[in-house]
Design a protein around this ligand. Structure first.
Ligand SMILES: C[S@@+](CC[C@H](N)C(=O)[O-])C[C@H]1O[C@@H](n2cnc3c(N)ncnc32)[C@H](O)[C@@H]1O
Length: 365
């Protein structure tokens, strides 16, 4: 097979010595495997080659995405573009159902819908299916743009859904989007609530791309939580005696926050709202620190503050991954440096800090 005839653009954009080596490799049988392996070598050689290595790995994968060896060597680059959690979210029926219900309630015939973060295209297609006149959806990841366009074509919706291959802040009114939208939908909330920059993105979209009074889905987002303790909770941040030996000197190197194990007992204290954002108010968000008090229910030892997300899709439609719910979103434990003895009725003040992206929660006690 003549792999590089005619020569693709990506080859011309490479450093000349790398491009020369690839032209040599292209003459060998099984060229995609050679290319994928070469990308791995290049990546290992020096950090400064990582960008080039990523291009080569992706191109090897494009040529032979079913070749198991190519997949092994190119995987790191594909994962950088498309993290594995995309499968977790698209296979989460509860998540999909709440967005479907929200779109069913709020999309009216003739509406223009705008989405940030197309992914597979699922939400854009649901909005079209619910009767939107047209859905414009932007995606910053080129490999996902290809995926979404294929899915949209497979579902016969190409004339009703337009994928804009851009980051949301580069989307231009009158160029990519013909008019301000009536409804904005996005699933850009991570386990920590703000990690995908939902606040900044929504504020920008609202100012530039939406009609006044446009529907936002979700329209309110919160980080909620409570104190947690008990033996199930601390295995990822406290070193227990091992074969009768005290190995707890490791504890000082423990993480400040971890993903929570599933099915944690959460009856040590009452639930509180740690952070609340009403997205519809179009605030200009800034770094902030607040304090919340958690009321202890039963005597025990608190190991940390367990947080989860809460989303509202207009009045009366809410979603949360509060344990014991099973969800693609995982609750997080903000770990106390040492276990904290607590007694029923006590109020434990928690500090909650966010910089519009990362949330940090701790206790000064
Ligand atoms: C959590 S996924 C949701 C995908 C899809 N909407 C769904 O619900 O299954 C978020 C997607 O948004 C994209 N994304 C995040 N920030 C973006 C931005 N500012 N502009 C465009 N795409 C963005 C990511 O690449 C990712 O594909």
């Amino acid at each position: 097979m003549q792999w590089l005839v005619p020569e693709p653009d990506w080859l011309g954009a490479l450093p000349p010595d790398v491009a020369g080596h690839i032209r040599t490799l292209a003459g060998l049988p099984g060229f995609p495997r050679h290319l994928a392996r070469f990308s791995a070598v290049l990546k290992k050689l020096d950090k400064k080659h990582e960008g080039t290595a990523k291009v080569l790995a992706v191109e090897a994968w494009r040529m032979a995405d079913k070749d198991p060896v190519v997949r092994q060597y190119a995987d790191w680059a594909i994962r950088r573009h498309v993290p594995g959690w995309h499968f977790g979210i698209i296979n989460d029926d509860g998540r999909n159902a709440i967005y479907q219900e929200a779109l069913n309630r709020h999309v009216r015939p003739g509406m223009t819908v705008f989405e940030v973060g197309t992914g597979t295209g699922v939400l854009a297609m649901l909005a079209a299916r619910e009767g939107a006149a047209h859905v414009y959806t932007c995606e910053m990841e080129p490999l996902l743009v290809e995926v979404a366009r294929k899915n949209i074509a497979r579902n016969g919706l190409t004339d009703r859904v337009t994928v804009i291959p851009k980051r949301s802040d580069k989307v231009e009114l009158g160029v990519d989007l013909p008019e301000r939208a009536d409804l904005f939908v996005a699933e850009i909330v991570d386990n920590g609530l703000l990690g995908e920059e939902a606040l900044t993105i929504t504020a920008d979209v609202q100012a530039r791309l939406l009609k006044p009074g446009a529907v936002l889905l979700p329209d309110q987002i919160e980080l909620r939580g409570t104190l947690v303790g008990g033996p199930k909770c601390n295995r990822f941040f406290r070193a227990r005696p091992a074969c009768g030996l005290d190995v707890s000197a490791l504890d000082r190197l423990g993480p400040a926050a971890v993903q929570s194990p599933a099915g944690l007992e959460t009856d040590l204290a009452e639930d509180v709202v740690a952070l609340r954002f009403d997205l519809a108010t179009a605030a200009s968000y800034r770094t902030a620190q607040t304090s919340v008090e958690v009321k202890v229910r039963t005597d025990g030892e608190a190991e940390g503050f367990l947080s989860w997300i809460w989303l509202r899709f207009g009045a009366g439609l809410e979603y949360t991954n509060r344990p014991p719910a099973v969800s693609c979103w995982g609750p997080r434990i903000h770990v106390f440096p040492t276990p904290m003895p607590v007694t029923a009725g006590q109020l434990v003040p928690m500090q909650v800090h966010h910089d519009c992206k990362r949330v940090r929660i701790w206790s000064e006690r």
